[in-house]
Design a binder for this molecule. Structure first.
Ligand SMILES: Cc1ncc(COP(=O)(O)O)c(C=O)c1O
Length: 388
């Protein structure tokens, strides 16, 4: 008799969310079946419909992050693309950047590239054992030549939420631009670019927003487009008789055909967020952490105090390499998680997870249930017994 594979319990929502709301799937399917036209490039009915939907989604997404300016929001390929546009676009030789040890490589690698090839310098402010950064340490790292502070809103390793409002105030008062990487917070936490004094906000559309892979957004504070150089140039469907890149927003940063299926998905996902399922209290991450505290061979990484967190929990299991534990959780229990350094190489020194292959990460989405947490706790209990 062939045994059935275990039911799939997807706990890798920090990588990309799954499943998607049914309305997102339906909207993409309807677009692909019935429309299929590009945005901003034709005058026939379907193309005009798409153009209108792109603008509606732009307004909707801008409002979602607290901006009244639809054109302040540009569509990109993913969170990484947004961060590259922000970082490469704003920095000039001689500039200095303040960033943190909690950053994703999508911030650190563009900075390192520019350090090697464009004479920029940067300082990495350390984080504590929760992965949290002290705003005073950010303030102390600012120099006369500091042009940018780049901080992730929520860590993709520990889930800790950074004090971005305080950091934003520091940046504004010191005349430094503030870039927030909202990849792990958007769709999970309320966002208001004005309240947070944000100049640039980069995010994925396919994680907490519940859109599909292949789309990101970048908020550019109105007026900043004067100095933010576009990293990509090309066809925009506007001013097609000129070889110079249009200066107008959002075309300045949207060269090439837009990911219309992704935008259609985002539009439906944003409507889903208007009446999302009620978030359990305690949250699923909190329930998992509480259960794990009783399981001695499992060390929860961070979550030491009362700081807010998104739905991300990293652990280390005694005598298990994170990658091996992830493979067994998948094969034996159908629990799908991520193991390793999570593209955040510098945070692991503070978490003491550097020499043990990183962490085993559980990340929840709105369609996970308490039952998923209980199955996970049971699975970890068994895993611990395998190891002893
Ligand atoms: C904190 C953080 N920043 C940036 C990114 C990159 O986002 P994307 O996968 O959409 O390029 C991720 C993705 O995991 C992330 O967790």
């Amino acid at each position: 008799m062939v045994s059935q594979p275990p039911r799939r319990i997807y706990l890798d929502n920090a990588a990309t969310s799954w499943p998607k709301p049914p309305e997102v799937v339906r909207a993409v399917e309807a677009y692909l079946r019935e429309n299929g036209a590009p945005a901003g490039r034709g005058a026939y009915r379907e193309a005009l419909e798409v153009e209108s939907l792109v603008q509606t989604t732009r307004s909707h997404a801008a409002r979602f992050i607290g901006s009244n300016h639809p054109d302040s929001l540009v569509f990109t390929a993913n969170g990484t693309d947004s961060l590259n546009q922000a970082i490469h676009g704003v920095l000039r030789p001689g500039d200095h950047v303040v960033t943190t040890a909690a950053e994703h490589n999508s911030v650190l690698r563009p900075l390192e590239f520019l350090r090697r090839h464009r004479q920029i310098t940067f300082d990495v402010v350390p984080v504590d054992h929760d992965g949290w950064v002290d705003p005073d340490a950010i303030a102390s790292a600012i120099r006369p030549e500091t042009r940018l502070i780049a901080v992730t809103h929520a860590s993709n390793v520990t889930g800790v939420v950074q004090p971005v409002e305080e950091i934003g105030k520091i940046a504004r008062s010191r005349g430094v631009l503030f870039l927030v990487d909202a990849a792990q917070s958007i769709g999970h936490l309320p966002l208001d670019v004005t309240r947070l004094s944000v100049d640039l906000l980069a995010a994925s559309a396919h994680k907490g927003l519940l859109g599909i892979l292949g789309l990101g957004i970048l908020y550019i504070r109105p007026g900043l487009d004067e100095t933010l150089l576009p990293v990509r140039q090309g066809g925009t469907g506007t001013r097609s008789d000129q070889i110079e890149q249009p200066r107008s927003m959002p075309d300045r940063y949207e060269s090439g055909n837009l990911n219309v299926p992704g935008i259609v998905a985002l539009n439906a996902a944003l409507s889903f967020h208007e009446s999302p399922p009620v978030r359990p209290s305690p949250t699923l991450a909190e329930t998992l952490v509480e259960g794990l505290r009783k399981l001695e061979p499992v060390r929860v990484i961070g979550w030491n105090g009362n700081r807010p967190h998104v739905e991300v929990v990293s652990v280390v299991v005694k005598d298990w390499q994170p990658a091996d534990a992830a493979a067994v959780l998948d094969a034996q229990f159908g629990i799908q998680v991520r193991a390793g350094f999570h593209c955040a190489p510098l945070i692991h020194a503070a978490l003491a997870t550097e020499s043990i292959g990183g962490t085993l990460r559980f990340s929840f989405g709105p369609f996970n249930t308490e039952a998923d947490v209980h199955v996970t706790l049971e699975a970890l209990k068994q895993l611990v017994t395998f190891s002893t």
